[in-house]
Design a protein around this ligand. Structure first.
Ligand code: MN
Length: 286
């Protein structure tokens, strides 16, 4: 097991802990980005991420608490709540915005995850899907929601273009968590410390598990702090090298340069238009 320590970052004025990518592991399966945001009081720190583009990836939005409104250039407008999944497949190009809905209050807390698309679909048409509920699995010592892929005999209905798994696991006692030996895995620890094979793993870190394992033992530390919630992300080691820059996942500088140029040229039409009260986010200067 390797412990990967997350970094603090700022997104749309809000503080996040970036758990992926890490230098030692740019990807875990096709998972290429993971931010943990909140919990934050919406009255003080509402989500307000204006229209911005993506290519070559899927965005996976998962909330622990609160609500968020997604709009995109396909015309989608979708409110998401805890237990629900928003999955946006960028393909060759899409733009979207995310904000706290009007009148929202209370806490906002969740994960923003990206999945790199394989060569077979990364230049395809953009798509958006919302899953109002996901399969739930019960294990001795805990339970989980299956976001992507298959776990514990349940399979998520969400689109998966590579061999991948994503599970939100609530650890209540000791769980022997089944793993696919063909996958590498990360146990992402957002908020409550957990024990991974008896080793205490702190919030803001990831326990990386190399391929070849058929299970991992998760438990709550003896302090009696109550259940711990973790994300188990895994997949077949990604085939090929990805190049990530800003909101783009590509394979070459030429592709990245073209994506930056097409976002700067509003008339290009590549990313479409998003109906949003928020301002379009210009690409950072490189
Ligand atoms: Mn985005």
């Amino acid at each position: 097991m390797e412990i990967l320590v997350g970094n603090r970052a700022t997104v749309g004025g809000g503080d996040v802990v970036r758990l992926l990518p890490k230098r030692a592991h740019r990807t875990i399966g096709a998972w290429c980005f993971a931010d943990h945001f909140g919990p934050a009081d919406v009255d003080e720190a509402a989500m307000a991420v204006g229209p911005h583009p993506h290519i070559g990836l899927q965005t996976v939005t998962w909330l622990f608490d609160g609500e968020a409104l997604h709009t995109d250039s396909l015309g989608s407008e979708q409110l998401i709540r805890p237990g629900q999944l928003n999955l946006m497949t960028a393909g060759h190009g899409i733009a979207h915005a995310e904000q706290s809905p009007f009148g929202a209050s209370g806490a906002l807390h969740g994960m923003q995850l990206w999945v790199a698309l394989p060569d077979s679909t990364r230049s395809g048409d953009p798509r958006f899907e919302h899953h109002a509920s996901l399969p739930e699995v019960a294990l001795p010592g805990g339970d989980g929601h299956v976001l992507l892929g298959s776990f514990g005999g349940a399979t998520s209905p969400a689109r998966a273009d590579t061999a991948i798994v994503g599970v939100d696991l609530t650890v209540r006692a000791v769980i022997e968590v089944p793993l696919d030996p063909a996958f590498e895995h990360g146990v992402l620890v957002p908020r409550e410390a957990v024990e991974v094979d008896g080793v205490r793993v702190e919030p803001g870190t990831t326990a990386y598990l190399a391929p070849g394992r058929s299970s991992v033992r998760l438990g709550v530390p003896a302090s009696g702090a109550g259940p711990a919630r973790v994300l188990l992300l895994g997949g077949a080691p990604f085939d090929g090298e990805i190049l990530m820059s800003w909101n783009f996942v590509a394979r070459s500088r030429v592709e990245l340069d073209q994506a930056y140029a097409d976002w700067a040229d509003v008339g290009s039409g590549r990313f479409g238009e998003v109906r949003s009260p928020l301002a379009r986010i210009p690409a950072p200067t490189r």
